[in-house]
Ligand binder design. Structure first.
Ligand code: CA
Length: 235
């Protein structure tokens, strides 16, 4: 899950970004509204956290302009005070939710998770392939009913792969959606991460679900379905 955070108070931006990264999100930070608008218009973010009080163009104007351009990214607006007028203006400008500063990280995380679930196309409550199930509310992952212990990064990687189950996910795509510019892991490290994830998901399981497509990337699929359907199998 790739998030854009637009916050001009740099120390606060860094704290919030660090907290979100620890939850497993890839976070791109910008400090003004003009850059936020350009980023969100040009790249596919899964959600945006916009401060209302931003230089260049405030959060309300960014939100309104995005909706005008038909950019449907879910938006959480950060408002400076508990002002009804500001909240109403935010929602009217196309934001999906708001959070009043100062806030607790636990509430921010919950609102971001809710935002990502709000559009079922972005993230349904439960994702699954064969006997693998991911609960996107609690981040609990089970395989054949048994709970797996994943790090936040492993969870995010698996969620991305399962969201796109049945098609090849390239390494570049994983890097873009799971890591961010602060954490570029390098493509060898991706293999190591996926290897570790695969051991947790597929060990002790009757059917492997995470497959490598040499030279391209990875695919999550129950290949028994593909074989039954007559499609070629992965290596
Ligand atoms: Ca501000």
């Amino acid at each position: 899950m790739r998030l854009l955070l637009a916050e001009d108070e740099k120390r606060l931006a860094e704290l919030v970004a660090r907290a979100l990264r620890a939850e497993g999100y890839a976070v791109h930070v910008v400090h003004d509204g003009e850059t936020a608008l350009a980023e969100l218009s040009a790249h596919g973010y899964d959600a945006a956290v916009l401060d209302v009080g931003l230089p260049e163009r405030d959060g309300l104007a960014v939100s309104a302009e995005l909706r005008q351009r038909n950019v449907r990214v879910p938006i959480l607006m950060l408002t400076a005070r508990d002002s009804i007028a500001e909240r109403v203006a935010g929602l009217d400008a196309g934001a999906d939710d708001y959070l009043v500063k100062p806030f607790e990280f636990a509430e921010l995380f919950a609102r971001v998770r809710a935002l990502l679930r709000r559009q079922p196309a972005v993230l349904p409550a439960v994702l699954g392939v064969a006997d693998l199930a991911l609960d996107t509310r609690s981040h609990v992952v089970t395989r054949a009913g048994r709970e797996l212990s994943l790090t936040p990064k492993e969870y995010t990687m698996l969620q991305y792969l399962v969201r796109h189950a049945g098609r090849v996910v390239t390494r570049a795509e994983l890097v873009e959606h799971v890591w961010d510019d602060r954490q570029d892991p390098g493509s060898n490290a991706i293999d190591v991460y996926v290897g570790r994830l695969r051991r947790k998901v597929d060990r002790d399981a009757a059917v492997p679900l995470i497959h490598t497509r040499r030279g391209t990337g990875y695919i999550v699929a129950d290949l028994r379905d593909a074989i039954r359907g007559g499609a070629p199998s992965a290596d």
